[in-house]
Design a protein around this ligand. Structure first.
Ligand SMILES: Cn1ncc2ncnc(NCCc3cnc(NC(=O)Nc4cccc(C(F)(F)F)c4)s3)c21
Length: 274
């Protein structure tokens, strides 16, 4: 407010609009702040549901982590508040919504290599910023990445993020396709799990499905453990080399996020997109 004191936001400050999407816990609405007409994406979650899902602490950790992260490719958590039954996250809007929708809607469910290279660069840039702030995202997948009207990516949903180093087992939920071998085996892990996930993500961009996808948990796990990856013939040498550099079973052997941002395939793809 005018005196520089943090203002206590409340649901009454916003007019709720269109339904933008739904997550595992709660729904997202377009919302407009009454005086400034500023538009936000409002994630509304029921405290009872979070309690039943035993995720209250994770939401609070996400709020603590996300309010500190300020980066062009990380979706801003602008503010948060709660009333007697709900918790509200006021988020920056990414008007094109979940990247997942655009990937599934693209021809052959995949992006061309220049577009994939640009997105890979932006995610690597955001993850590098997270790691410099001792945060691992841990839940990178197309559903958690949003697209803006300028065709730029925003990393979102830090509900599973954690401070490094971390070796708490995370209860498995959602897709297993992105789990790195060290997590499948329940071993300790560090921020290089995000490099693994970036490799899976890049593969899914250019191929249209994750490399270890299969119809049962056991076979996904065994494919991950055996590093059973096949590259379609349409992939360029540079693309295979980059993905191969990230999908290394040995976490220490994975190329760094800076290696990704300076990789010739990534730079060539971005130059072509300019
Ligand atoms: C759909 N859509 N379209 C446009 C648009 N623009 C912005 N945002 C959108 N959608 C919201 C994306 C999110 C960002 N941050 C989130 N954070 C979260 O959902 N956290 C969270 C909640 C409950 C439980 C847990 C826990 F603990 F279990 F992990 C974690 S969701 C948009």
């Amino acid at each position: 407010d005018a005196y520089g004191q943090p203002y206590d936001w409340s649901p009454r400050d916003f007019e709720m609009g269109a339904h933008l999407g739904r997550g595992k816990f709660g729904r997202v609405y377009l919302a407009r702040e009454r005086h400034s007409h500023y538009l936000v994406a409002m994630k509304v979650m029921f405290k009872e549901e979070l309690r039943k899902g035993c995720v209250q602490r994770q939401v609070l950790r996400e709020i603590e982590i996300q309010s500190r992260l300020k980066h062009p490719h990380i979706l801003r958590l602008l503010t948060w508040f709660h009333d007697e039954s709900r918790i509200y996250l006021a988020l920056e809007i990414a008007s094109e919504g979940e990247l997942f929708k655009h990937l599934r809607g693209a021809p052959n469910h995949r992006f061309d290599e220049p577009r994939s290279a640009k997105y890979t660069y932006q995610v690597a840039n955001a993850l590098n910023y997270c790691h410099l702030n001792n945060v691992i995202h841990r839940d990178l997948k197309p559903e958690n990445i949003l697209l803006t009207s300028t065709d730029d990516l925003k990393l979102a949903d830090f509900g599973w993020s954690a401070h490094t180093p971390n070796n708490k087992r995370r209860t498995l939920c959602g897709t297993l396709d992105y789990l790195p071998p060290e997590m499948v085996d329940g071993n300790s892990y560090d921020d290089s799990v995000d490099q693994w996930c970036l490799g899976i993500l890049c593969y899914e961009f250019v191929v249209g499905c994750p490399p270890f996808e299969s119809n049962s948990t056991e076979s996904t796990y065994s494919k991950i453990r055996r590093m059973e990856i096949s590259y379609p013939s349409h992939l360029s040498k540079g693309c295979k080399e980059l993905i191969g550099g990230l999908l290394r079973k040995e976490s220490k052997g994975r190329i760094t996020l800076v290696d990704v941002m300076t990789h010739y395939w990534v730079k060539a793809g971005m130059a072509e997109r300019e």
